[in-house]
Write a protein that binds this ligand. Structure first.
Ligand code: ZN
Length: 486
């Protein structure tokens, strides 16, 4: 009775104030505290009343706490409404990373997964993305928590510290409540080993500490392994030269996570950001070495054949991709983890195959797509801002190419001076301009003129934005679940 009376008086106070507009889905009450996402004179805030309302920092008006959507207040929200806090996805067979670089996409993402048996990782950022957008993990998770609360979504979500490379980065992510660590071992992989001559490999192999060499020789030489069969001495040496340090690093980082974690953490091993395609033998040896130490990742991201570039569809030999995926999936099944597909935005050509071959469980990461959907809102609603954005983006593309490998030809972008305002959304469909806009997000977001106008516009048109996301991410999910069991 007491509980419902708090909610009732909360609703009454909200209703009485003409300046307040309530996000109905968000209204909730727990442990004697009622709260909701509201707009006060157009500004989005958190309203709260009851026992723990003063856990928020804000202004009290007529017994109502009105708190800005700050990172600090997101912490209080996660305390009082625990479903807004990220958690592990270990038991969920199908998971999707929906990185939100802008911190305003969660509501759209939540709507997009509705009806699918897919667990979302709504917070997902790499250190590179954090730097380019001037954000912190706590900030990224805070935005996801507010978005989840706004939609009244209670089925849980994960937070991925993406492409972490060192123990310091892992510590930073976990202390900020990330529930997933994607370890990027690329700096410990000797990439040129893939193409070095046998003589070069022999010379490098001899430099590796003797007990390491002996270990690998004892485990693998003359032994028929499941799936990959017997490795020749030559092949084993190449794998060891290329990966022994990365394997060591992964083992160390895993133990470190085990040591410092305070809650369940989903461990993903990523070897996708290497120069060469991961062979089955490499994948098997890496997994087997982790397994021998009692380490079973939740997911592993091999480097698949073909190009997975930002913002455009897959380019490569689909038949080969299917063949490779089948073997990688066998290895993943053998060791008991799921395969993870990175740069999954817009890769419609491979999704249904992926869903069919990795049918029992998969992880797919998308990111950046939500940025393009936001620019679509700009193209439709503020032609002048979009034109300026596009011009800036075209001018600064070469700087962004330091971070992202892209192959589209900027000279194929239609001259904006010759195009009408009605044509502007087409720039988000044209592969060359789409990719250019995609990779220059960091530079654009660092410009005050852009930031201010952009976020104001998106705030004003948030429903359009959510609908765009629902449409675009929804299309990803339709393809991913078309032929599989998800
Ligand atoms: Zn990756």
């Amino acid at each position: 009775m007491i509980v419902s009376s708090i909610l009732d008086s909360f609703r009454a106070v909200l209703k009485a104030d003409e300046r307040i507009r309530v996000y109905e889905q968000s209204v909730d009450e727990m442990s004697g505290t009622a709260a909701a996402i509201v707009r006060v004179d157009g500004v989005k805030m958190l309203a709260a009343m009851g026992q723990r309302a003063e856990a928020f920092t804000g202004e009290i008006r007529d017994g109502l706490m009105l708190a800005p959507l700050t990172t600090e207040n997101s912490r209080a929200l996660m305390e009082i409404f625990p479903y807004t806090k990220p958690r592990s996805h270990k038991d969920h067979p199908y998971t999707i990373g929906l990185g939100d670089r802008l911190g305003i996409a969660t509501a759209g993402h939540v709507r997009a997964i509705k009806g699918y048996n897919v667990y979302p990782v709504l917070a997902q950022q790499s250190i590179r993305e954090l730097t380019l957008t001037n954000r912190t993990f706590a900030d990224v998770i805070g935005c996801a928590a507010f978005g989840v609360f706004q939609e009244g979504y209670k089925d849980g979500y994960g937070a991925d510290g993406d492409h972490l490379k060192t123990k310091e980065e892992i510590q930073y992510a976990l202390s900020s409540n990330c529930t997933m660590v994607t370890l990027d071992c690329s700096e410990h992989i000797v990439a040129h080993a893939a193409t070095d001559s046998d003589e070069e490999i022999s010379a490098q192999y001899a430099q590796i500490p003797e007990q390491i060499r002996r270990h690998y020789e004892q485990v693998y030489l003359g032994v028929k392994m499941p799936i990959i069969g017997e490795l020749s001495e030559k092949d084993l040496r190449r794998v060891v030269v290329e990966f022994w340090d990365a394997i060591n690093h992964a083992q160390e980082c895993y133990r470190y996570i085990d040591e410092i974690k305070t809650t369940e953490v989903d461990f993903e091993l990523s070897i996708d950001e290497t120069l060469t395609i991961t062979t089955p033998a490499e994948h098997f040896v890496i997994a087997n070495e982790l397994s021998a130490q009692g380490i079973c990742p939740v997911s592993v991201a091999p480097h698949f054949n073909g190009a997975f570039e930002k913002g455009i569809d897959y380019a490569g030999d689909l038949e080969q991709f299917n063949k490779d995926l089948t073997v990688h999936q066998e290895i993943a099944d053998h060791f008991g983890y799921k395969l993870s597909l990175h740069s999954g935005s817009d890769k419609f050509m491979v999704f249904s195959t992926w869903g069919r071959i990795a049918c029992e469980r998969w992880h797919v990461k998308t990111a950046g797509t939500n940025w393009l959907e936001a620019l679509k809102v700009v193209a439709r609603n503020d032609p002048a801002l979009f034109r300026r954005t596009l011009a800036y983006s075209m001018e600064h593309r070469s700087e962004a190419e330091k971070y992202y490998h892209v192959s589209t030809d900027p000279s194929l972008i239609p001259d904006p001076d010759l195009e009408s305002d009605a044509y502007l959304p087409e720039y988000l469909a044209n592969p060359s301009s789409r990719q250019t806009l995609h990779i220059t997000y960091g530079q654009l977001l660092s410009q005050d003129w852009f930031r201010e106008e952009f976020f104001r516009l998106l705030d004003e048109h948030e429903e359009d934005y959510y609908q765009n996301l629902q449409g675009h991410i929804g299309k990803h999910l339709r393809y991913l679940t078309a032929e599989g069991k998800a």
